[in-house]
Design a binder for this molecule. Structure first.
Ligand code: EPU
Length: 335
């Protein structure tokens, strides 16, 4: 369906009230191709929107929003050890995780309850509790919205990184993801080495994939505000990655800083700790606030404008830099 001057309020989890000049949603690839061939205004900007759980609309969008409602989980191939699944881009991510766990398939259980869609999981390489989507994605199918060329990006071509992929770069700017291929395992080891996961798991009566999913959902519900009640987009900032030398200096000044080893000898710092320790938990600009249970999350207390949220984010970036000399950058995409 094509809509004109369409409100995006229900399409971004911050609940920002703004609109798109055109909004197109589709249930299957035939509808998408038909739209791109006949009705797509190629001279206007476009943006592919998933669940809107990682975007901040800064103003009305003067072009076309393309939104997938395409659903389906198809078993492409099955061996004694694993299953190759093709999942439509508009499938709700957590519905897919629930399906996988129900079918006793391992590989995405720690990503339970992450908001958003399957298409966006590849763009963002979503991650939580020691697991990333990239570990299970084997290919991404996409269409070039201008030429209608269909392309299959191998996992390597997706160039996955921490909350990053080729789909966030110029190279894949013109592509709209139609489905994602995942390889999930029939047997596997559960990843329990994050925080108190292991302790919680061992305290549980039954210890299986379902238990782990329930625990992850519990932890997220304890810490993260439900976007259906309180507008937010999960972690607003990425955890910054700094060199070992920078880290040594930081740790001398702040011995309690929370960190994790990162690739190439670098160190990933818990941005939530930096923000909380700078005294910013609960800090407000207008109706935008630093969440009181998780400082990495910014919330809309009800009437926040995108300007409130941007001003709050800038103030946090500034104060964190002043205090620690560490630059934090938004994970959330400004549109
Ligand atoms: N911390 C604080 N104060 C806070 C928040 C965190 O001191 O207010 C410290 C604590 O020591 C805590 C540590 O930071 O143990 C890590 O916090 P948490 O486990 O909540 O994880 P995070 O680093 O803040 C990342 C992801 C989340 C993901 C969790 C769990 C990013 C940007 N965020 O957050 O992902 O759910 O780990 O794995 O990497 C998201 O991307 O939207 C998201 C929610």
């Amino acid at each position: 369906m094509i809509y004109e001057n369409y409100s995006l309020k229900k399409h971004n989890t911050f609940g920002i009230d703004c609109s798109a000049r055109y909004f197109f949603d589709y249930e299957n690839n035939a509808e998408l191709y038909d739209f791109l061939r006949n009705d797509f205004q190629k001279d206007l900007p476009f943006f592919v929107l998933g669940g809107g759980s990682n975007v901040l609309f800064t103003k009305n969008f003067a072009g076309t929003i393309i939104h997938s409602r395409s659903k389906g989980i198809e078993i492409v191939r099955e061996t004694s050890s694993d299953v190759l699944l093709r999942v439509a881009s508009g499938e709700v991510w957590d519905d897919f995780v629930a399906w996988a766990v129900e079918h006793n398939l391992y590989g995405i259980e720690n990503l339970s309850l992450i908001p958003g869609t399957v298409g966006a999981s590849a763009v963002q390489n979503i991650g939580a509790y020691g697991m990333e989507a990239a570990q299970s994605i084997v290919a991404v199918r996409a269409v070039n919205v201008f030429t209608l060329e269909e392309r299959i990006f191998s996992a390597e071509e997706c160039a996955f990184d921490y909350r990053h992929s080729v789909f966030k770069t110029e190279c894949a700017r013109n592509f709209c993801i139609t489905s994602v291929d995942f390889r999930l395992r029939k047997q596997g080891e559960l990843l329990l080495n994050y925080g108190d996961l292991k302790a919680r798991f061992e305290r549980s009566e039954e210890q299986n994939l379902q238990t782990l999913r329930r625990i992850i959902c519990d932890i997220r519900n304890e810490k993260l505000p439900n976007p259906e009640i309180t507008g937010n987009a999960g972690s607003f900032f990425k955890n910054p990655i700094i060199s070992q030398e920078e880290f040594t200096q930081l740790q001398q000044k702040f011995p309690n800083v929370v960190y994790y080893p990162a690739e190439n000898g670098q160190v990933k710092i818990a941005a939530g700790w930096l923000i909380e320790n700078a005294g910013l938990k609960g800090f407000c600009v207008g109706a935008a606030q630093v969440h009181t249970r998780q400082a990495l999350v910014l919330i809309n207390t009800g009437t926040a404008t995108s300007d409130d949220i941007i001003a709050l984010a800038q103030e946090i970036e500034y104060r964190v830099f002043q205090q620690y000399g560490v630059k934090i950058t938004p994970e959330v995409l400004y549109v």
